[in-house]
Design a protein around this ligand. Structure first.
Ligand code: MOS
Length: 745
């Protein structure tokens, strides 16, 4: 086992690429079982009140219908309070079909099971729900918000004052008091949530689509009141999650319940429309930012207050101000979050929860400060660069952010622009450049992995982690190959199954670091085992080191068919570790600088991003092709957040108006510019021994502010509310028609 150190840093092709493009990859709803039945949910059409009666007679006598489950006849299921630390987090705290109480629009009130999907759909249409609606409170501002409990977001301090921001603000030569708004957004992964539930006696198997097979198993077991050991979640392929599949939603347990009722396996797939009410969303934020600075733009105070919302039952808080506590050197910082309980479905993390809306506000405000102080926006970032964490005082493990700024500026042609806003017209288009900082914690969670060797020399690695389109399987093969000195293509990877060694949730951009540490632990054990076998049969470890003996031969020497070992890493870094006080002597974060060029159509109000540059310090890059793809995806997330994505709420009824991809606009190919991606690629060995920090969400974080800042530079008009849609642009341009150079914010 020599270490050629060659498997890392290579653009190895995606492990499952061929299976996916040839249609061989079997996603959750692709599973069919003998005697399969189909379930369709019936949802409430009001956001509050109580169901008084459900008439199921017509549905029950409809051809092919096997059962209709309602709160009147459903088996007992259990409520589960959300506690992010346990990993047993349900999407909905309250178990479905246990009472007639309605808490949000689209709540599941019945499930119809039939022998075909069509008959189930028809049966669902025949269910008549009578209910007394009450006046829902669904709008931010409709009910008084309260301070978010500090404990909720993985123990993060959501309300904190460091220094004396009030005094510093009062004395600051430059003061800004700004309000930014972000709307409700929906994840909209390509693959909708769907599950196939099958019982074998007391044992339940769920073919699901999830970012967390272990958490899902534990939640389903608790919800149904059965032992964990009786539940298996199988989820080898996931067609995107973006956070919506981190916690299991009510339909998963409902499918299990339905399958038990009819004594057949049951498939339950939510429609695109149902996803909008049944699988979470990013809540809206109103963010008040007070900025105090010296005349040269050096920050003296930051106060970031967030108002957001959650559901009637839980305490999820979009932690948008957390980032303000570490992004810049500033001696006086206050952050606070208020949440309101509304008649809305439960929110949950989405594509950079907290950082994405928070950095939009903070990095827009920094741009406003730059213009007010008359300092170049990039120079302003350099001036306020945090060499150490401004609150903890700890050094950052590795922070090459300054290089990100400079490389990005060079690649976009920052210095070729006219610095004065509204002065770069090209015919009918107003042209502008914008930039913003990106950052994300370098998270790692405990994780296990098993490595096995066969006498034929086959190497396999298995862990209950997930490939949600990120390339996890490929990365695992590369890491194993690196440590064992074999080719990545020769490593078999198994993941996405709760019966495998316990893996980490695919969230918080932490899978590579987490499973990497587990693989390393497993390889260390494998080495010890191999050396033991070798020594026992008269060989020497040197034979191994010099590759005089193939790995398969060692298995044969052992007299076994295979040698399998399991390794576990308890490595915990990032947000959770910091909050538990086990974060160590350095701050672990990824960083980046994002730049763009936009063209704003004067007549149509359309913003077109024509060039995008994303430069990141994310530690070591295991697979440049996959990492670059991650950044492409992240930039597109950010592009959607900046320009198109918005869920419209009808405040009177508490219902989402936007319920499909025709009305909820995600960017498509013509919206996506050429994206230039660069990595600093320096291993951060404080993070883990591979030096990786995770490259998922960070690439979305700076995008909305970079675009909004570019739109300001193009037009001289400041947009403090997302998304920046043509109607908003036209209205604001019409309001402000003065000559170029004026600051019309
Ligand atoms: Mo992600 S929003 O951490 O699944």
């Amino acid at each position: 086992m020599t270490e050629p150190r060659s498997a890392i840093g290579r653009s190895v092709d995606r492990y499952d690429g061929r299976a996916k493009v040839t249609g061989q990859a079997r996603y959750a709803a692709d599973n069919t079982l003998p005697d399969l039945a189909y379930a369709v949910v019936v949802q409430s059409t009001a956001a509050g009140g109580a169901v008084t009666h459900i008439d199921t007679a017509a549905a029950e006598s409809s051809p092919g219908v096997l059962a209709v489950l309602t709160h009147a006849n459903a088996d007992r299921m259990f409520d589960i309070p959300k506690d992010l630390f346990t990993g047993e987090v349900p999407g909905d705290e309250v178990a479905p079909l246990q009472s007639g109480r309605i808490r949000h629009d689209g709540q599941h009130v019945a499930v119809v099971v039939a022998d075909t999907l069509e008959r189930a759909v028809h049966g669902a249409e025949l269910v008549a729900v009578s209910h007394i609606p009450d006046e829902p409170s669904s709008e931010l501002g409709a009910v008084p918000p309260f301070p978010a409990p500090d404990s909720f977001y993985f123990g993060s301090r959501l309300n904190a004052v460091d220094g004396d921001p009030a005094t510093a603000l009062a004395a600051a030569p430059i003061r800004l008091d700004l309000e930014y708004r972000t709307p409700i957004e929906h994840h909209n992964p390509m693959e909708p949530h769907g599950v196939v539930a099958a019982w074998d006696g007391d044992d339940l198997t769920l073919f699901d689509t999830t970012q967390h097979v272990i958490g899902s198993r534990n939640v389903v077991a608790r919800r149904l009141g059965i032992a964990r050991e009786c539940v298996r979640i199988v989820s080898p392929f996931v067609g995107g999650g973006f956070g919506a599949k981190t916690f299991p939603w009510s339909h998963v347990a409902l499918a299990a319940l339905a399958a038990r009722r009819v004594g057949r396996p049951v498939k339950l797939v939510l429609t695109r429309k149902q996803l909008f009410t049944s699988t979470g969303h990013r809540p809206a934020t109103v963010q008040r930012l007070a900025v105090g600075a010296d005349r040269d733009g050096a920050l003296v105070a930051l106060r970031h207050h967030v108002t957001t919302h959650t559901s009637l039952t839980d305490s999820y808080c979009e932690p948008a101000a957390l980032v303000t506590r570490y992004l810049y050197a500033c001696p006086n910082i206050a952050i606070s979050h208020d949440i309101a309980r509304l008649n809305l479905p439960a929110p949950l993390p989405m594509r950079g929860p907290g950082e994405a809306p928070g950095v939009f506000a903070l990095e827009s405000a920094l741009d406003e400060l730059a213009h007010r102080a008359g300092v170049d926006p990039v120079a302003l970032r350099h001036r306020n660069h945090a060499d150490v964490h401004p609150v903890s005082g700890k050094p950052f493990s590795c922070k090459r952010l300054r290089e990100c700024y400079d490389l990005g500026a060079e690649l976009i042609g920052w210095n070729e622009r006219s610095p004065v806003p509204g002065t770069m017209a090209d015919g009918n288009f107003l042209v502008g450049y914008g930039m913003a900082t990106a950052t994300y914690p370098a998270n790692t969670a405990p994780c296990s992995a098993r490595i096995s060797l066969t006498a034929d020399g086959e190497v396999a690695v298995a862990s209950a982690v997930h490939d949600i389109g990120t390339g996890t399987a490929t990365i695992m093969a590369q890491l194993v190959a690196e440590l064992l000195g074999v080719r990545p293509e020769a490593v078999t990877v198994v993941l996405g199954d709760s019966d495998l060694p316990e893996g980490a949730m695919a969230s918080g951009s932490k899978t590579t670091a987490s499973v990497g540490a587990a693989i390393e632990a497993a390889v260390a054990r494998l080495r010890a085992e191999v050396v033991r076998v070798l020594t026992a049969s008269g060989g020497s470890p040197a034979d191994l080191a010099e590759q005089r003996i193939p790995l398969g031969d060692i298995v044969r020497l052992s007299g076994r068919r295979k040698i399998a070992v399991e390794g576990r890493s308890e490595l915990l870094t990032g947000t959770i570790a910091d909050n538990l006080g086990v974060g160590g002597p350095v701050e672990l974060n990824s960083f980046g600088a994002q730049y763009c060029k936009v063209r704003v159509d004067r007549d149509l109000g359309e913003v077109r991003v024509t060039d995008f540059v994303s430069v990141h310090d994310v530690g070591r890059v295991v697979n440049p092709k996959l990492a670059t793809n991650q950044v492409y995806g992240g930039v597109v997330f950010g592009l959607g957040m900046a320009l198109t994505e918005e869920t419209i709420l009808d405040e009177r009824s508490g219902r989402f108006v936007t319920r499909d991809l025709a009305t909820y606009h995600v960017p498509t190919n013509p919206d996506v510019p050429s994206i230039t991606v660069r990595f600093i690629d320096e291993p951060d060995l404080s993070a883990n021994s591979f030096g990786v920090k995770g490259v998922g969400e960070i690439s979305a974080i700076g995008v909305p502010a970079a675009i909004a800042n570019a739109v300001f530079h193009a037009t001289g008009v400041r947009f403090r509310e997302l998304p920046i849609t043509p109607d908003r642009v036209l209205a604001r341009l019409r309001d402000a028609r003065p000559g170029p150079g004026a600051d019309r914010s």
